[in-house]
Design a protein around this ligand. Sequence first.
Ligand code: PLP
Length: 401
Amino acid sequence: SSVFAHVAQGPEDPILGVTVAYNKDPSPVKVNLGVGAYRTEEGKPLVLNVVRKAEQMLVNDPSRVKEYLPITGLADFNKLSAKLIFGADSPAIQENRVATVQCLSGTGSLRVGGEFLARHYHERTIYIPLPTWGNHPKVFTLAGLSVKTYRYYDPATRGLNFQGLIEDLGAAPSGAIVLLHACAHNPTGVDPTPEQWEQIRQLIRSKGLLPFFDSAYQGFASGSLDADAQSVRIFVADGGELLTAQSYAKNMGLYGERVGALSIVCRSADVAVRVESQLKLVIRPMYSNPPIHGASIVATILKDRETYNEWTIELKAMADRIISMRHQLFDALKARGTPGDWSHIIKQIGMFTFTGLNSQQVAFMTKDFHIYMTSDGRISMAGLSSKTVPHLADAIHAAVT
Ligand code: PLP
């Protein structure tokens, strides 16, 4: 018999498992609103034109080889990524106080950042919002940090529990790490206002907490890359230290290319040099060095003004389509006279709506309407289209009446 005979069946991932179940359903009306991946009006995955163009440029360039990248990744990509999130005129960049390493998309950036902190930072506790992306607690626990939560979402208002957030961060031990979603909070679609961000910043700085931003949706929330980075930039502007994990999965549609970056903003250039040397020691035994193709696409797009502008237009079109889906779904529920206040559908931002539907209602919608979503009632607005909105509205209506 197998030496692994005792190995128990592991549970399906709560988010990716939704797609597994969806794929097994033969119904022609099935809709997958589980995973956060952009779909066109026709329900198809989208490769941006500007990405195709960059790939052509790379293919036609005979100087391109497939050598290993350095442990820290593609140098151009790292510089351009820091500029994208912190702003071209960021003093931290100008003063060479930022250590940036290319990582395996957002997840890999969070993991490398978490392992660095577990080894070199004096406080091992990281506070994550309640709720948050389901992978956060697992990533940080395995990185060697101790995970605690702070209140974030208020089910009664389907908005931010700002009072709870301030109380919980105010009660955190000095020096604790705080995970913040830079924009388009997943799964709730609820972000602090600029005024609230400023109060959060003051609290974090006055208590000496260390902010770790997860930026998985820059440009996806509002359609503007600068507006969506504002939360991060106010923390860089005050001169303090922070970490940022960036992903190009959503905003460039590079999901499977696994391209992202971890940046650590330090007080001084000499600290940044030493921090980078230690990031290399985290990365080398983990996967040696990152893949070349996705980072080359990103660098090609970001470094040329024309391709950069093309990207921002395509990005805005994706963000606008999602916003339009919010309005269509809201209108469809209103037209059906569905009981309840559904204004949160148009108030929340980013890829997801946190519907407020409970797990029984979700199970009912999956069984009777072949609509697939996570059991917490989160739906990916990017997976909807004008054609599928009426079916979803029918399902929600039936689930709540
Ligand atoms: N962080 C958040 C909040 C996310 O929603 C996601 C993706 O869904 C990620 C990080 C990481 O995604 P990836 O590793 O594909 O870049």
